[in-house]
Design a protein around this ligand. Structure first.
Ligand code: AMP
Length: 187
């Protein structure tokens, strides 16, 4: 099963994605984690992505689609993947559909983690203290939320038009939200 997790930064996609991956026995793939690791290692991908990420902008579609294609070529991805924040623009949604269809698959479900902006801002404030991510500073957070509204929110409409979206109210305890996620998927 291929499942896409969507929602603004700080909506809980990472936490819930890890739980869901464990429950379904399939891997979780997050482009954000992969890019952060590339930046840390100073690989060519990391060098390309570093400044864009730190400013809170989106990395180019061609780069992201290359990374997705590589990930989906791995044997462990054969039975499905939980994608965390992986599709953030319409060209990425179209490209992802093409890559999956080459394997006789499609995005089976899109989980939209619904949270208010106010809640997001206070969560990211707390996360900055704990994780010290460069892109959780206030200026980058504003840019990331703008990128989300302008480029990623339309992706939700793209999947809604294809009847794939399940909305999960993403406020409450981790366990409560995990139960909503499993209910939405019928698992
Ligand atoms: P995240 O950890 O998902 O919040 O991602 C951190 C940053 O990585 C984002 O603000 C973007 O700069 C970049 N990024 C991650 N995934 C994507 C994607 N699918 N498309 C474009 N940029 C991405």
């Amino acid at each position: 099963m291929d499942i896409l997790l969507m929602g603004p930064p700080g909506a809980g996609k990472g936490t819930q994605g890890a739980l869901l991956a464990q429950a379904l026995g399939i891997p979780k793939f997050a482009t954000g984690d992969l890019l952060r690791d590339a930046v840390k290692r100073g690989s060519p991908l990391g060098l390309q992505a570093k400044a864009v990420m730190e400013a809170g902008h989106l990395v180019g579609d061609e780069i992201i689609l290359g990374v997705i294609r590589e990930e989906l070529g791995k044997p462990e991805a054969a039975k499905g993947v939980i994608y965390d924040g992986v599709v953030r623009t319409i060209p990425q949604a179209e490209g992802m559909e093409r890559i999956l269809s080459e394997k006789g698959r499609r995005m089976d479900a899109v989980l939209f983690f619904d949270v208010t902006d106010q809640e997001i801002l206070s969560r990211l404030d707390r996360r900055r203290e704990v994780e010290q991510r460069a892109d959780d500073d206030p200026a980058a957070v504003t840019t990331r939320l703008r990128a989300y509204r302008q480029q990623t929110a339309p992706v939700l409409a793209w999947y809604e038009a294809r009847d794939r979206v399940h909305t999960v109210p993403a406020v409450g305890s981790v366990e409560e939200i995990a139960t909503r996620v499993r209910d939405a998927l019928g698992k």
